[in-house]
Design a protein around this ligand. Structure first.
Ligand SMILES: CC(=O)N[C@H]1[C@@H](OP(=O)(O)OP(=O)(O)OC[C@H]2O[C@@H](n3ccc(=O)[nH]c3=O)[C@H](O)[C@@H]2O)O[C@H](CO)[C@@H](O)[C@@H]1O
Length: 362
């Protein structure tokens, strides 16, 4: 008899795909087979998945994208996707289906509901996304990455945490070197896509720091491709040692090396910071659905692990002030690093896998 199969339905950005990848890795380690159900856009993010994970590309569509004609086609595409997923499920007979949100998760989740297959959802953020809201009452279990999460009436969530990549786990709780009279690494990341607002404010804020901090800075700054040259030129002119790239593949090592991280508060970014344990200044993405990045940030800020600056209050001055506070107070910075660890869930993938297996047996 072949090993049981989990189908993981996810798509969109790295924010949905990294936790999905982490669950796939955990299920494979437990002797299961794993399949990723996503659309063509999600498949582009699937490179990091282990080779053993089969990728099923189903048609999907996001209403937020495209013009009127493209939007009118959304229900047809999703129905077509669900038909494909149904055919695949009849053939593969998955033991459980796990949805991670995003429109590309719809076809597989709809097919799982129609076929009454055991199923669960993992919501990464402190506020539910649209797709997870639709399926929240139609699943056997609802796992939350962020706690607390605002849930619809009648839905009980289980706090498992956000699964992080193996490269993050390898650095879990690695010793923090507090800021001081030595080279100090500041990591600037804007989530999987980069963030223009960080490129517009962080370089100037770091340049405004007192000279005894500034001359020790070693900056790694993720900038969107169109901003990279300007950001690089600014750091050069300001005499600050900086590496500027559209995406850092080695972010786990860079978080571990950092004295301070300045970033968005996407769910996986927050989980990465807490598992490794580093102080952060968070700038939640104000346009995120339901302001979920502010909800994500609260886990770290209420523990005293991070300072959060809303976009509406973000200025070069406010950012420089907070960065100076952290970089000139080694004891306070170490305390923030410890506080981050106190809210970490390094066992999130294991808890989620336990839940998936439990659901498969119902
Ligand atoms: C703009 C937007 O809608 N963002 C959403 C998206 O974020 P986004 O896709 O940015 O996701 P996250 O912040 O959750 O994850 C980004 C991941 O990329 C990694 N990283 C980042 C930069 C880099 O150079 N290299 C690198 O490896 C981070 O360490 C992190 O692990 O999905 C998340 C999960 O649903 C949501 O919480 C975010 O609100």
């Amino acid at each position: 008899m072949s090993a049981p199969l989990i189908v993981i339905a996810a798509g969109g950005t790295g924010g949905h795909m990294f936790p999905a990848q982490s669950l796939a890795e955990e299920m494979l380690a437990r002797g299961w087979r794993a399949k990723l159900s996503t659309d063509a856009r999600g498949a582009r993010y699937a490179d990091g998945f282990p080779d053993e994970v089969e990728i099923e590309v189903v048609p999907s569509a996001t209403p937020a994208r495209g013009g009127m004609v493209a939007k009118a086609g959304v229900p047809f595409k999703l129905t077509g996707g669900a038909m494909r997923a149904l055919a695949a499920f009849r053939r593969d007979r998955p033991a459980v289906v796990a949805g991670f949100g995003g429109y590309p998760a719809i076809p597989a989740m709809a097919a799982a509901v129609l076929m009454k297959l055991p199923r669960l959802i993992h919501e990464q953020n402190g506020v539910l996304g649209q797709v997870n809201t639709v399926f929240a009452k139609r699943v056997d279990a609802f796992a939350c990455g962020t706690w607390p999460t605002r849930l619809p009436d009648g839905v009980t969530g289980v706090h498992v945490g956000n699964p992080v990549r193996a490269a993050i786990l390898r650095r879990a709780g690695s010793p923090y070197i507090p800021p001081g009279d030595h080279p100090m690494s500041v990591l600037v990341i804007g989530g999987s896509q980069g963030a223009r607002i960080l490129s517009a404010t962080v370089p100037e804020a770091l340049a405004a720091l007192p000279d005894d901090i500034r001359r020790h800075l070693r900056v790694a700054h993720q900038a969107r491709p169109e901003d990279a040259a300007r950001v690089r030129a600014f750091y050069d002119d300001a005499g600050i040692a900086a590496e500027v790239q559209p995406f850092f593949d080695d972010v786990p090592a860079r978080i571990a090396d950092a004295q301070l991280v300045i970033c968005r508060s996407g769910a996986s970014t927050v989980a990465d910071l807490s598992v490794i344990g580093r102080p952060a200044i968070l700038i939640p993405y104000a346009a995120a659905a339901g302001d979920h990045q502010s909800a994500n940030a609260r886990g770290l800020t209420s523990a005293g692990a991070a300072i959060s600056i809303p976009e509406s209050k973000l200025t070069v001055g406010s950012l420089a002030e907070q960065a100076e506070l952290i970089l000139s107070h080694p004891e306070g910075a170490s305390q923030m690093a410890r506080a981050a660890l106190s809210v970490a869930r390094p066992d999130a993938a294991a808890r989620l896998a336990d839940l998936a297996i439990e659901v498969s047996q119902t």
